[in-house]
Design a protein around this ligand. Structure first.
Ligand SMILES: [Zn+2]
Length: 184
């Protein structure tokens, strides 16, 4: 099975908020369920129990202990309040409406929200246009719906694969940037 990275935002949205099953996400993205499951684990997303298939999962307690030991300046990637989490830069902003339970907010969501001049709605995703999840310059960010985000990544993958077939290797690495309205 090929290692196919799936955007963390896409997975979190689909699996946690939209409560889709691994199989549903796999069908939607045109991937194997195993690939989706591996990506969920890679992003530290706790798998929901699916009956007899339980697998090896960390308990919430265990996870919180790991997080604690890596919190703040004990974290090897500590950058003055910024940490690298699953490939994304996150800022320590305890109490912020968009913060997770450890008080971190993904930097790209903060920047997008400031650019729009309003908080992001939970259903709004921020896509990195050039594919670099750490390039949080405004011009590299695209706020879009989950459906549009899935479409972007799907199209990008199809383009890449087809070009690979025709030319032997991909000619373009990234989708051309698509600017959408800053409102919905
Ligand atoms: Zn994306």
């Amino acid at each position: 099975m090929k290692k196919i990275p799936i955007d963390e935002d896409v997975l979190r949205r689909a699996y946690i908020i939209e409560r889709k099953t691994v199989q549903e996400i796999a069908d939607e993205l045109g991937l194997w369920d195993g690939t989706v499951r591996k990506n969920l684990i890679r992003h530290g997303i706790l798998l929901r129990s699916t009956g007899p298939r339980v697998g090896k999962r960390l308990s919430d307690f265990h996870r919180s202990q790991i997080s604690k030991s890596k919190r703040g300046n004990k974290n090897p990637v500590w950058k003055g309040g910024r940490i690298l989490s699953h490939g994304y830069l996150c800022i320590s902003m305890p109490g912020h409406p968009m913060a997770d339970r450890l008080g971190y907010v993904p930097e790209h969501r903060i920047i997008a929200s400031r650019a729009l001049g309003r908080p992001l709605k939970p259903e709004e995703l921020v896509h990195h246009i050039n594919g670099n999840p750490c390039d949080n310059r405004k011009q590299n960010l695209l706020v879009c719906s989950s459906a549009y985000h899935t479409f972007l990544h799907k199209t990008k993958r199809i383009l890449k694969n087809n070009l690979k077939e025709i030319w032997g290797e991909p000619l373009i690495q990234e989708m051309p940037s698509v600017k959408i309205s800053e409102e919905d």
